[in-house]
Design a protein around this ligand. Structure first.
Ligand code: SAH
Length: 366
């Protein structure tokens, strides 16, 4: 098809997005960024920030709705609905982008596809989009397909190419959306198309991110890939909580460990971690918090060693709970704490009293 390349002024013009898939919402947000007035025919997700130009309706789309708008995006997850919307638009001479069928689209978003598939394993950082690297931002803006995790924040997802196909591979502790092996294979399959595939992971992909396993499968299948580091939760949470991970007076070493329980146990080198004047940063530590603190005390770390639990670090909702390894578990037990949280243990935590700079409305300290 010979397409006319052009630019559109959609400022203050009504546009319609049909569907409430992640891609539909991304496109709706992209249209409002270009000053359109957008009605989404679908449910508003709780994560969607209210916007004067954006409204949601659960009504079905009528001919009158099409007559009143300039551009339509058919992005429902039902192919039949999309093709019906496309036919309605054709009949009423309204331009329609049908996300799952270029043949049914009378407009589309411009992007250049590479001649061969390639995968970028990209670290999205701990949540604040301004903590993305420039390279990560460029790659998510250019991506054709983005396979993303639960830990990647909404704010970061809204920076992605609105035309990209979004595939959720997220993991909650007990509900694995996709098993790791399927993710590894999925990336290989996606890269068989001539597409820029981004595997977007929270924090740094090589720090408790299983990024190594994913690119091992790519390497075995001769798929070209690159790795983009991200700010890991340990570093992001520490900075936003005002806790330097090392300090000439308080910590000459810093270790990152996982508190993930295997068969109810955490297997770590406790004698080593109990040594004073080192900072211990524990990922995936909420469930095992009591066990971690108790084991450190049992192996000789002073019970009054300061500790902080950072919840949703770097997000506007960040909360920091502080105490000692002796009393933090009880404080957390009586507070409403939700994942993700990061535990920082060590003498450096006391510096927060002086160095805490990031205040959010949710911020509490005790
Ligand atoms: N690759 C990631 C870590 C993945 S493991 C990284 O480099 O950051 C998931 C764990 O990371 C969570 O259980 C939590 O301990 C930590 N985490 C990730 N983002 C976080 C955030 N914004 N605030 C607090 N902890 C976070």
């Amino acid at each position: 098809m010979d397409l006319l390349q052009t630019t559109l002024n959609i400022a203050d013009r009504p546009c319609v997005v049909v569907g409430d898939t992640a891609q539909a919402l991304l496109l709706a947000n992209w249209l409002i960024q270009h000053q359109a007035i957008v009605t989404v025919f679908g449910n508003a997700p709780s994560s969607q920030a209210p916007h004067a130009r954006l409204s949601f309706t659960s009504k079905p789309v009528s001919d009158a709705d099409i007559d009143q708008c300039w551009l339509v995006v058919a992005a429902s997850n039902d192919k039949a609905v999309n093709s019906k919307i496309s036919a309605m638009c054709y009949a009423r001479k309204c331009f329609c982008y049908t996300v799952d069928d270029p043949q049914l689209s009378s407009w589309q978003i411009n992007h250049q596809q590479p001649s061969h598939g390639r995968v970028a394993l990209v670290g999205a950082g701990p949540g604040d989009p301004e903590l993305l690297t420039l390279r990560a931002l460029r790659l998510i803006r250019q991506a054709d397909v983005i396979v993303y995790d639960r830990l990647v924040s909404e704010a970061i997802m809204s920076c992605c190419n609105p035309a990209a196909e979004l595939i959720y591979a997220g993991k909650a502790k007990s509900d694995h959306a996709l098993p790791q092996e399927s993710i590894n294979q999925l990336l290989v399959r996606l890269a068989q198309r001539p597409a820029n595939v981004v595997r977007l992971k929270g924090g740094d992909p090589f720090i408790f991110g299983r990024g190594g396993e994913e690119i091992e499968t790519l390497a075995e299948n001769q798929v070209p890939f690159e790795v983009v580091p991200g700010i890991t939760a340990g570093s992001g949470c520490a900075a936003f909580a005002g806790i330097p991970l090392t300090h000439r007076d308080y910590a000459q070493a810093c270790v990152f460990v996982t508190g993930h329980l295997r068969d109810g146990e955490i297997n770590l080198e406790w004698e080593h971690l109990a040594t004073p004047y080192q900072t211990v940063v524990v990922y995936m530590s909420l469930t095992g918090l009591d066990k971690i603190c108790a084991a450190l005390i049992r192996h000789g770390r002073a019970p009054d060693t300061p500790a902080a639990l950072v919840q949703q670090g770097t997000h506007p909702e960040q909360k920091v709970y502080t105490g000692t390894i002796a009393d933090l578990p009880a404080l957390i037990a009586k507070s409403e704490v939700s994942a993700p949280t990061l535990l920082i243990i060590g003498e450096v935590v006391q510096l927060r009293d002086k160095l805490n700079w990031f205040t959010s409305e949710a911020s509490t300290s005790s």
